[in-house]
Design a protein. Structure first.
Length: 228
């Protein structure tokens, strides 16, 4: 099998420089020399899980104790909480002091003071979240009210349209029943429809014209019988 070219050799997961062929053949992800704690400079050979965790978290390769020590030291120098690792380190440091006969008072006060601030920040954030949740619930209720109103408006419209349709159907049924009983009414209706279909005519005008013509002939427009 031909040796892989430089472009085919994956980089070290720690220093990002190409792996050697020997390391590649051993299916390693980083150089042997890179297995070193960035704080104490001691070898981390065999601590694969810890190295993988550091890489996954995007943090420098270091023993957990060394990382905490470095975080605390950085905090002493800057007084700034930069990440969650420092909070974890501060908490562990305070727990360790419980078993120390004469712990450094300055460190305890420094850590305690900032942890109290963090607690206050947490309470503020919690209140902000609670307020946000209340606002979200209010908006949800308002949205539900709008949806409910629209639903009821639609239902009322559909009910009205249904009632109007039923009324028109009932009126037409009554009209057809009356026309079957009195054929004159059917002839009257057809005459009105024909005249109302002409340009410039409406149903009311056509009805009045037909009825006036019927009366003029001496007949009752509603029955077709001669007017006494």
């Amino acid at each position: 099998m031909p040796a892989p070219t430089d472009s085919q050799i994956p980089p070290c997961a720690i220093c990002l420089q190409p792996l050697s062929l020997d390391e590649l053949n051993l299916n390693r992800r980083w150089h042997f020399d890179c297995e070193q704690c960035s704080v104490c400079k001691q070898s981390m050979s065999g601590a694969v899980a810890m190295i993988e965790k550091c890489l996954a978290d995007g943090k420098p390769i270091a023993h957990s104790v060394c990382a905490n020590v470095a975080a605390i030291q950085q905090f002493r120098e800057t007084g700034i909480i930069q990440n969650s690792q420092l909070l974890d380190a501060m908490n562990e440091e305070l727990l360790i002091y419980r078993y120390v006969v004469a712990p450094p008072t300055s460190d305890i006060e420094l850590l305690r003071g900032h942890l109290i601030k963090v607690q206050e920040y947490a309470a503020t954030v919690s209140e902000m979240l609670r307020t946000a949740q209340v606002k979200i619930k209010i908006h949800a209720i308002q949205d539900e009210a709008v949806v409910y109103k629209e639903k009821k408006t639609k239902e009322r419209k559909e009910k009205t349209e249904k009632a109007e349709t039923e009324q028109r159907t009932a009126e037409r049924s009554a009209m057809l029943a009356a026309e079957r009983k009195t054929p004159w009414l059917r002839d009257r209706r057809k005459s009105i429809e024909s005249l109302a279909g002409l340009p410039g005519w409406t149903w009311d005008l056509a009805e009045k014209a037909i009825d006036d013509k019927t009366r003029a002939s001496g007949k009752d427009p509603q029955t077709g019988e001669a007017i006494q």
